[in-house]
Write a protein that binds this ligand. Structure first.
Ligand code: GDP
Ligand code: MG
Length: 304
């Protein structure tokens, strides 16, 4: 049967972990094929923790998350990392662990590896900056050595600087995806913090108005965010995902009153922020496997 399903929809949530400066952002940029503003000046992008989304031609959506805790001060680094890792890798499908081609793992990396082992998520190890190593045999030795430390799904030497090994790395990451819907529109780009921001604004309006139990299972996906060519109007289509039919009813409200109140308030906010007239359309959908993703979504800060 599988023979007839060519490009089945798949996805994977992947946490990129590793010490600062090892090249996590550079690798992500390479994977996404373009230079993107990972460290955005807008705090909104970092709040969600989603740093990059790649939807491949073969219908696989890879959602990358960063580990914010890693950028925190050096005080009690080990403890910090453990905590940060717990928070950011809980519920992901896989981890991409990035190291530099050093002869030994750093203490912090050893601790991180311990933690990664405890989670059930498969780990792909990328040895970055291979361009800095003249003797390639040294890298082969390093691979052998690191392979003994953990049952990595794959160990891939790369150079984000040169682009070496990135295709091979992408193949390994794609192999970690599982049949699933795509959680973001396929054209979602990481350099669109405005989409994230718009979603946050809408979600905020729901939090203000709805009973506590409803917003908990709610997420907002911006399906369209486009400015018209012929007018100064920004068209935003948003889908509000909830867990249950009963929640859907509450969000829509009597005669659509609640949804209208939410979208009117959100539209005003959006107009003020983007300084343009906004045409906001909101839909409410029940996402069946939403509950399974709840922990994950929570980690992304999408549920407040
Ligand atoms: P992050 O903190 O892990 O996200 O690391 P960055 O991606 O910001 O990279 C840290 C530094 O390492 C930057 O100066 C990059 O230019 C450099 N860098 C990243 N990848 C490579 C690589 O493959 N080779 C070399 N030589 N430098 C790299
Ligand atoms: Mg970075």
């Amino acid at each position: 049967m599988g023979d007839y399903i060519v490009n089945e929809s798949k996805s994977a949530f992947i946490a990129i972990v590793g010490c600062p400066n090892v090249g996590k952002s550079s690798i992500l940029n390479r994977l996404l094929g373009e230079k993107i503003a990972i460290v955005s000046p807008r705090p909104q992008t970092t709040r969600t923790g989603i740093t990059g989304i790649l939807t491949t031609e073969d219908n696989i959506q890879l959602v990358f998350t960063d580990t914010p805790g890693f950028h925190k001060p050096k005080t009690k680094l080990g403890e910090h990392m453990v905590q940060a890792v717990d928070e950011s890798i809980g519920g992901v499908d896989a981890c991409l662990f990035v190291v530099e081609p050093e002869t030994e793992l750093r203490t912090a990396e050893q601790e991180l590896l311990c933690r990664l082992k405890q989670t059930k998520a498969p780990v792909v190890l990328a040895i970055n900056k291979t361009d800095t190593v003249k003797d390639k045999a040294q890298i082969a030795l390093l691979i052998v050595k690191l392979t003994q430390l953990c049952d990595f799904k794959a160990v891939v030497p790369v150079s984000a600087l040169r682009g070496d090994g990135i295709d091979a790395l992408l193949e390994e990451l794609k192999a970690l995806s599982a049949p699933s819907i795509h959680y973001f529109p396929d054209d979602t780009l990481t350099d669109q913090p405005e989409r994230v921001l718009a979603a946050e604004m809408i979600r905020e309006k729901m939090l203000l108005r709805l009973d506590q139990e409803v917003p908990h299972g709610v997420a907002v996906s911006i399906e369209r965010f486009s400015e018209r060519d012929d007018a100064d109007i920004l068209d935003i289509d948003a889908v509000i995902y909830c867990e249950k039919d009963s929640h859907k009813g509450i969000i829509i409200g009597k005669g659509g009153a609640m949804l209208k109140a939410i979208s009117t308030a959100a539209r005003k906010d959006l107009e003020r922020f983007f300084e343009i007239q906004v045409n906001l359309k909101c839909w409410v959908k029940v996402k069946e496997d939403w509950r399974n993703r709840e922990g994950l979504i929570h980690n992304f800060g999408l549920d407040g």
